[in-house]
Write a protein that binds this ligand. Structure first.
Ligand code: HEM
Length: 274
């Protein structure tokens, strides 16, 4: 219906501008003037190999230009908006829960002050990891994922049958607030994701999806979020302001989980406070 009614989740002007930039970049790369070590180059090279292969077997091109544009756009959308949504909700938690903010800042300072930042060092920040996963549990940027049924299945204990081809919506937001899985689901408890406690079946935490098509950027997203949090915590103090809303009202029609009126906090530089 969306296709026929010409309705899109995406802003047409921005999409067209991004496609224009992509086309120019592809032209430049294909002319052989410029090569870069990036995702677009990988797609261009794969399409070239695909073309050579297709010509040799006289079949259709598999990775055509529209697919390259779509995949590049998907990477931008899937990678940026999700990560910035996570950081926005994380900052909201810092502002509304000052005791957690202090605990997190002390934890970060104790483990990182005077040390050079590295993947290994960030991996040692277990409380920060628990904090971010708890933010993702309460506010999963992608609140629902879909799957297409490939095998007829009857929901246990019911007569509800899911047929091949049926689309099943998996309610991530709902599952992550189920008190049978996460007791006191409304409480913010980073310890749920630290030590032994985090050893629950992987399909019960779905902020990055599950299975062979889960989020390809999971590790990068966690790494960049940890790095951003370390920098933010060391330099700024977050507190509530008159416009801070708690609990948050969500936008009902958003593609990603989003606060209806935006997330507002007061930010002070730590250096100017001292
Ligand atoms: C906090 C940040 C992020 C969250 C919460 C998130 C969440 C998700 C979720 C829920 C899915 C669907 C998985 C499924 O259906 O099982 C997904 C897919 C995907 N994500 Fe992420 N993501 C994040 C960051 C990123 C980053 C940084 C990138 C790229 C650098 C990325 C690239 C992708 C791509 C390409 C897919 C589609 C994978 C496929 O269909 O095989 N994501 N993500």
């Amino acid at each position: 219906m969306f296709k026929y009614l010409n309705i899109s989740f995406m802003n047409a002007e921005s999409t067209n501008e991004l496609v224009r930039i992509l086309k120019a970049a592809k032209k430049e790369r294909r002319s052989g003037d410029k090569r870069r070590n990036d995702f677009l180059q990988l797609l261009i090279d794969a399409a070239q190999n695909d073309n050579d292969y297709s010509e040799s077997i006289q079949s259709q091109t598999l990775l055509d230009d529209d697919t390259i544009d779509a995949q590049s756009l998907l990477f931008l959308i899937a990678g940026y908006e999700t990560s910035s949504t996570l950081l926005s909700f994380a900052i909201h938690i810092l502002a509304t829960k000052p005791e957690i903010q202090e605990k997190l800042r002390t934890h970060v300072q104790e483990l990182t002050d005077g040390k050079e930042m590295s993947y290994e060092l960030l991996s040692q920040l277990t409380y920060l990891e628990g904090f971010l996963l708890e933010v993702l549990r309460l506010y999963p940027p992608v609140a629902r994922v879909d799957r297409v049924c490939t095998k007829t299945y009857i929901l246990p204990g019911t007569s509800v049958q899911i047929d091949i081809g049926d689309v099943v919506a998996i309610p991530i937001y709902g599952i992550q607030k189920d008190p049978d899985i996460y007791p006191q689901p409304e409480e913010f408890i980073p310890e749920r994701f630290i030590g032994e406690k985090k050893n629950r079946p992987s399909h019960l935490f779905l902020a990055f999806g599950a299975g062979p098509r889960n989020c390809i950027g999971l590790r990068f997203a966690m790494y960049s979020a940890k790095l951003s949090m370390v920098t933010l915590l060391k330099n700024f103090k977050f507190s509530v302001c008159p416009k801070t809303e708690d609990p948050i009202q969500f936008e009902k029609r958003g593609f990603l989980l989003k606060a209806e009126k935006g997330l507002w906090v007061r930010i002070d530089s730590l250096t100017s406070i001292v």
